[in-house]
Design a protein around this ligand. Structure first.
Ligand SMILES: Nc1ncnc2c1ncn2[C@@H]1O[C@H](COP(=O)(O)OP(=O)(O)O)[C@@H](O)[C@H]1O
Ligand SMILES: [Mg+2]
Length: 338
């Protein structure tokens, strides 16, 4: 079966005052109908830029320099702005970390929902209103009919995010892109929202692209995981393989930084030393070599390709490619604590 979305060798640059910076390069992945794909990586790794490019929302400084974004029969890097607008809201929806940036503060919840539904589903005002109430009810908004009259600022963060999900799913999109949808919420609400997204997903076969820096969220929701580092995909695997046999030292580092229950007494939390290189100063060779505990001279010289090491498991690392059958990379030594 053909994937729903196929991102191929994507390269994105932003024009700055003086020159141009490349923020995403050689990014390839696919999303199948009905699946949840997790995209994980520290802040600044290119997760949002990748998702905005799919929606055609890079802004006027951003430009797709290379690659294709195939969605059905169309290449979204080539379609008109008009067509992109049709696709957004109808076929691909997006929810963001801070719903206030996408909810309009001067219109009531009902007004915003009804307008969107009328536009995309070509319903009458009355039908759109009833449908909006049904959607609000579905996402667990109490007294949905009265809530239609409220303005976004009157709602809590969790409720606003529910409204966003109701709006995003109202048009039954084929793909929902959720960029850090629960980061601003407390843990209990976070779990509720993720569960809600999954329930609605099952009903409508919507594929979800879930972007997060939190591997805990990934473990609970994703079928497949893409790990991004410094604007590139460094590892891809199904969720079980990724947690059980992470091959890229960056993925291993991310996993080691999840607080484990058994470490609670010792307060031990390994973190990856250093930080993500800036797009202006990308290191030569493997982009992770400056932080990698296993880096060899070769890693500083030449960039590894994203290579398949097993069905469905890809890694961008010289050390792994050397011997695909054995986990060459062992657990990092105690290089940092707390
Ligand atoms: N509008 C922009 N202009 C210039 N650089 C940008 C712009 N948006 C993002 N970037 C750069 O692209 C890189 C990736 O950013 P982003 O996709 O937001 O990371 P993430 O979502 O993984 O935290 C960062 O280095 C960021 O500074
Ligand atoms: Mg982001």
């Amino acid at each position: 079966m053909r994937p729903l979305l196929e991102v191929n060798q994507l390269k994105i640059a932003f024009a700055t005052d003086k020159d141009e910076v490349v923020s995403v390069e050689e990014v390839s992945f696919t999303v199948n109908s009905g699946e949840t794909i997790g995209i994980v990586g520290e802040s600044g790794c290119g997760k949002s830029v990748t998702s905005l490019s799919i929606m055609g929302l890079l802004g006027k400084n951003g430009q797709i320099k290379n690659g294709h974004i195939l969605f059905g029969d169309e290449d979204l890097t080539k379609v008109t702005e008009q067509r992109l607008r049709e696709i957004r809201g109808n076929e691909i929806s997006m929810i963001f970390q801070e719903p206030m940036t996408s909810l309009n503060p001067v219109y009531s919840i009902g007004n915003q929902m009804v307008e969107g539904i009328k536009l995309h589903l070509k319903m009458s005002t009355r039908d759109a209103k009833e449908y909006a109430i049904k959607m609000l009810d579905k996402v667990g908004i109490p007294r949905a009919r009265e809530m239609m009259k409220e303005y976004p600022h009157a709602l809590s963060g969790g409720m606003r995010q529910r409204v966003m999900i109701a709006m995003a799913l109202a048009c039954k999109p084929k793909l929902l892109i959720a960029d850090e949808p629960t980061t601003a919420l407390d843990v209990t609400i976070q779990a509720q929202i993720l569960q809600l997204m999954q329930t609605l997903q099952k009903e409508s076969e919507t594929a979800i692209m879930l972007i997060t820096h939190d591997l805990g969220v990934i473990a609970e929701t994703a079928d497949r995981v893409i790990v991004m580092y410094a604007g590139q995909v460094v590892e891809e695997a199904d969720v079980f393989t990724l947690f059980k046999e992470p091959k890229h030292p960056y993925t291993q580092g991310l996993l080691a930084s999840i607080p484990h229950l058994e470490y609670e007494n010792e307060q031990r939390l390994v973190s990856i030393p250093g930080s993500v290189p800036s797009v202006k100063h990308m290191p030569k060779g493997c982009r992770f070599h400056t932080r990698c505990p296993f880096a060899e001279p070769h890693c500083q010289q030449e960039q590894p390709e994203l290579a398949s090491i097993q069905e469905g498991h890809k890694v961008r690392c010289w050390l792994v490619e050397k011997d695909p059958l054995k986990p060459v990379v062992e657990k990092p030594k105690e290089e940092s604590v707390r």
